[in-house]
Design a protein around this ligand. Structure first.
Ligand code: LYS
Length: 250
């Protein structure tokens, strides 16, 4: 009976997003991410790293907080955020009207395109996708955009971009769609540049972190921290380190 009560209480506690005051009192900011989206958030060996990991750590530092990362698959991140598993998510979410109904977005921390990618000779434009199969990650903003392409044969979803790239290499899909900087990084890492090409952009995204729906005090603090690191040169340094250019939204 007591055990049941304790379990119920801990379930309730973990189901409530923390307020800014609670986070400050604890001294630790919990950030959620995917850990499979290089070079934004990924593992190098056992170490979680990437532009968004560096940036998240810088935001914590600007607020005088330690940062603890919670890593889980992309498609469950926004639900986990609203359940209070972590205080904010930093995982390359495009700001979309649908997601805005579910969570409270921060100001965007970068802008990027989503592109069509194919093996040399394969479909590299919207038009060329007629009758073709495209693979993309489950839970992403590009799925409805791909589905709306006239004549497209099939939009297949995969757990992450690594599995889509493998499917493309093996010819199980004709094309792949993901954020341009991610594709560029992965092709370079796997030595596929030249064999696999980056084609047309099908969307332009404003990518942002988010807090649980309505957690506006935390949103304000994180936005202020982002403005600060973008003004003091921290952001520019990190962007140069990972991309060789400044990827902030203009
Ligand atoms: N930026 C896209 C989106 O918001 C893709 C993110 C994928 C992260 N692994 O859906």
């Amino acid at each position: 009976m007591l055990l049941t009560l304790a379990l119920a209480l801990s379930a309730t506690a973990s189901a409530t997003p923390r307020t800014l005051d609670q986070i400050k009192a604890s001294g630790t900011l919990k950030l959620g991410t995917e850990g499979a989206f290089p070079p934004f958030n990924f593992y190098q060996g056992k170490t979680l790293t990437g532009f968004e990991v560096d940036l998240g750590n810088a935001l914590g530092k600007a607020l005088g907080l330690k940062v603890e990362w919670v890593v889980q698959p992309f498609d469950g991140l926004l639900i986990a955020l609203n359940q209070g598993r972590f205080d904010a998510v930093v995982a390359s979410h495009a700001i979309t009207p649908e997601r805005q109904k579910a969570v409270t977005f921060l100001n965007p921390h970068y802008c990027s395109t989503v592109n069509i990618v194919a093996r040399k000779g394969g479909p590299l434009s919207r038009q060329a996708l007629a009758g073709k199969t495209v693979g993309t990650q489950i839970g992403t903003a590009q799925i409805p955009i791909l589905q709306a392409i006239p004549g497209i044969k099939d939009v297949r979803t995969f757990p992450n971009d690594q599995t889509v790239l493998s499917a493309l290499q093996a010819g199980r899909v004709d094309a792949w769609s993901s954020n341009g900087p991610v594709v560029a990084y992965m092709l370079k890492q796997t030595g596929q540049g030249g064999k696999i090409l980056i084609g047309e952009a099908i969307s332009r995204e404003r990518n942002a972190g988010a807090v649980a729906k309505g957690n506006t005090a935390l949103q304000g603090a994180l936005n202020a921290a982002l403005t600060r690191v973008q003004a003091d040169g921290t952001y520019a340094k990190l962007s140069q380190k990972w991309f060789g250019q400044d990827i902030r939204c203009q």
